[in-house]
Ligand binder design. Structure first.
Ligand code: GDP
Length: 140
């Protein structure tokens, strides 16, 4: 494996606006390789499990509704220090605070509809990847 892995989701606000390729370009130019990718319609159960850590937050219901509102693209990204690198490539959660050139600055509509998900630690990356991909799906 060339470096480490992180898990990414291109969120419904982006797939609806036909931005998958534009976001993948930013990912690749940011030094990450897309080593697995699948477009899916998330179920409510998948979204609730994925965001279980946020279930007590006031926006949980809205977040699950949003993530199931249109297809998403789930991805495994590989590169040097992939988790941290992809957080940099995505930018801050709130697009108003995101740095120029980041996915969220370029494309996000709001703090909720913010175009991309990226794991926040290596441990979570492994858990999130395993929720959507088997090792045989990942070709580096
Ligand atoms: P991330 O790691 O940058 O994605 O941010 P968090 O882990 O804090 O939040 C997870 C996701 O929940 C975000 O990416 C947003 O889609 C959503 N979210 C976070 N804060 C808010 C909020 O205040 N309102 C709404 N509607 N969604 C939020």
């Amino acid at each position: 494996m060339a470096g480490t892995r992180t898990f990414s989701i291109i969120k419904p606000d982006a797939t609806e606006r036909n931005l998958t390729g534009a976001i993948n370009k930013v990912i690749e130019e940011g030094g990450l390789r897309i080593v697995a990718q699948r477009r899916i319609q998330m179920t409510q159960a998948q979204a609730e499990r994925f965001y279980d850590i946020h279930k007590e937050r006031p926006f949980f219901g809205e977040l699950v509704e949003f993530m199931t509102s249109a297809p998403v693209v789930v991805q495994v990204l590989e590169g040097e220090n992939a988790v941290v690198r992809y957080r940099d490539v995505m930018g801050a959660t709130n697009p108003e605070e995101a740095a120029d050139g980041t996915i969220r600055k370029l494309f996000a509509k709001s703090i909720g509809e913010n175009s991309a998900h990226g794991s926040d630690s290596d441990d979570n990356a492994a858990l999130e990847i395993a929720q959507f991909f088997s090792e045989a799906d990942i070709v580096g």
